[in-house]
Ligand binder design. Structure first.
Ligand SMILES: Cc1cc2nc3c(=O)[nH]c(=O)nc-3n(C[C@H](O)[C@H](O)[C@H](O)COP(=O)(O)OP(=O)(O)OC[C@H]3O[C@@H](n4cnc5c(N)ncnc54)[C@H](O)[C@@H]3O)c2cc1C
Length: 466
């Protein structure tokens, strides 16, 4: 790199990314008096990455408060994470995130974030999760306002393209801003630039052409180029390459940035069929908050990466309504016609399902005793006949939230390299998700992981430059 001196900027700590993990890191680093620069590739209006779409943090707490019902202990949180993580994770890092989550409500309040009691239709999270007033965008606005008031510099529409690591030390980043190339020299760097979920070409390496049919629920700016750069310089990779958090979204959702309102929660209240009109998974396996994040992957593996949630009029009011109207018909064959499904197959799937139901007491708040017998796949709970016209359907697609492949860190959020120890490079947020998530997900853990590790990274970066 041959750069004129006036294209070079000097800071104590450079933070790459502009979401929850980045802002937590920057604000924490600034508390020690460090001169901090945040580089966000999105324009100001779209700042905040996927964090802009969020609603709640998962928080360990000993007592009920105004915003969370009852207690949620370290052990229960850890057990919940273990159950859904889907494989081996770094348990000591996970426990650190959990214990330090208890500090977040106060610390975030000090950054200007405000809270609200849980809304209905929020996946039964009233005891375990704390909801931001105004959601992720209000949270990000508060973070940025506080950062500006503390003289943290922020560059928008600036893309970090490469890093300079000399020997065992990070020394600079190469940045493109419009058609200008800029060098930022810093004593330490914190990478918090998200996963690679918006990079369809990268997803195709593991999913083939199916990735063309995925919907990306969040920001188009998370292309993973910093993960690629770190791996190029010998950072240890972590996480399953094809693993991601993916939910069922309405098939009519936009390709990018549709956010929370395109998610569909109708699955446990009916059946889901593929484009052949056949069921393919237990729609009532467990409570929806524990299962919603696997449905994107299930749909991703169906022909055409499409599925259809089928319900009848009894079910319509039982879940948070979709932003799109359901497709409605007076008979199942008319519904099949409208969806382009084979009518006789849909009818026989529904008939077989209805006949297999062992009648119980329907109760969406418990793992009730309404289940099927003698069909594959079974429906383990909330199985009630689909028999009251009109019938409704929602087309479903795989909505990718974020990817898990990233870089390994230690308990100081310090990035681990194969061939050397680089003490002044840290990472937080989605790009380190694979350290504590293998395949599954726990609602609210993305933000918690990002804020806790961001704060640790900020503090440790400030320590190494002293
Ligand atoms: C619709 C939706 C709802 C969600 N709801 C919740 C929820 O309620 N609770 C929860 O815990 N999690 C939720 N999640 C997951 C959550 O959004 C993420 O886990 C979390 O926000 C990730 O934070 P982050 O800071 O790591 O990444 P992001 O917030 O995505 O930020 C990454 C940033 O890096 C920037 N960037 C990327 N590459 C570069 C580069 N080379 N140079 C400069 N900048 C770069 C991007 O522009 C972006 O601003 C939700 C996700 C979605 C999509």
């Amino acid at each position: 790199m041959d750069m004129a001196e006036n294209d070079t900027h000097h800071y104590d700590i450079l933070v790459i990314g502009g979401g929850n993990a980045a802002l937590a890191a920057a604000l924490q680093a600034q508390e020690s008096g460090a001169k901090v620069l945040i580089i966000e590739r999105a324009p100001q209006f779209y700042r905040g990455g996927n964090s802009r779409h969020t609603r709640d943090f998962r928080i360990m707490h000993a007592y009920e408060n105004d915003y969370m019902m009852g207690a949620y202990t370290e052990d229960e949180f850890m057990e919940d994470l273990r159950r859904v993580a889907g494989g081996e994770i770094d348990e000591s890092l996970a426990r650190l995130i959990i214990t330090k989550s208890a500090e977040l409500p106060e610390w975030l309040s000090n950054q200007g974030v405000r809270w609200q009691p849980p809304l209905s239709g929020t996946l039964h999270l009233a005891r375990t999760n704390m909801f931001m007033l105004g959601g992720g965008r209000a949270m990000m606005n508060a973070y940025y306002r506080t950062a500006s008031s503390k003289n943290i510099d922020i560059w928008y529409e600036a893309l970090v393209e490469d890093l300079v690591i000399e020997g065992n030390e990070f020394t600079a980043a190469q940045v493109r801003k419009g058609n200008k190339q800029i060098i930022v020299r810093a004593k330490a760097v914190i990478l918090a630039s998200g996963g690679f979920e918006a990079n369809i070409a990268w997803l195709k390496k593991y999913w083939g052409d199916a990735a063309d049919n995925f919907v990306i629920r969040g920001t188009p700016y998370n292309q993973g180029n910093m993960i690629q750069t770190l791996l190029k310089y010998g950072a240890e990779s972590i996480g399953e390459p094809d693993a991601f958090h993916a939910v069922a979204v309405d098939g009519r959702a936009p390709k990018f940035d549709g956010g929370i309102v395109t998610r569909l929660d109708s699955v446990p209240f009916g059946i889901v069929v593929n484009r052949g009109g056949k069921r393919f998974y237990d729609e009532g396996e467990d409570f929806w908050p524990k299962r919603y994040a696997i449905w994107g992957g299930l749909i991703a593996r169906q022909p055409g990466q499409v599925a259809y949630s089928i319900i009848d009029s009894k079910a319509l009011s039982k879940f948070m309504p979709s932003v799109f109207d359901p497709i409605v018909a007076d008979s199942l064959s008319e519904l099949a016609d409208k969806l382009g499904l084979p009518p006789s197959q849909l009818q026989s799937t529904v008939q077989a399902f209805n006949h297999s139901i062992r009648q119980g007491t329907f109760d969406p708040s418990t793992l009730d005793d309404c289940y099927t017998e003698g069909i594959t796949p079974p429906k383990s709970h909330w199985a009630v006949p689909i028999d009251e016209a009109p019938y409704y359907a929602y087309p479903l697609r795989a909505g990718i939230t974020f990817t898990y492949l990233g870089v390994r860190i230690n308990n100081k959020a310090n990035i681990q390299f194969h061939n050397r120890q680089v003490c002044n490079m840290f990472a937080a947020g989605e790009m380190v998700a694979g350290n504590v998530l293998r395949r599954g997900y726990l609602a609210g853990f993305g933000l918690t992981m990002g804020a806790v590790l961001g704060r640790i990274a900020g503090e440790e970066a400030a320590n190494v430059i002293k």
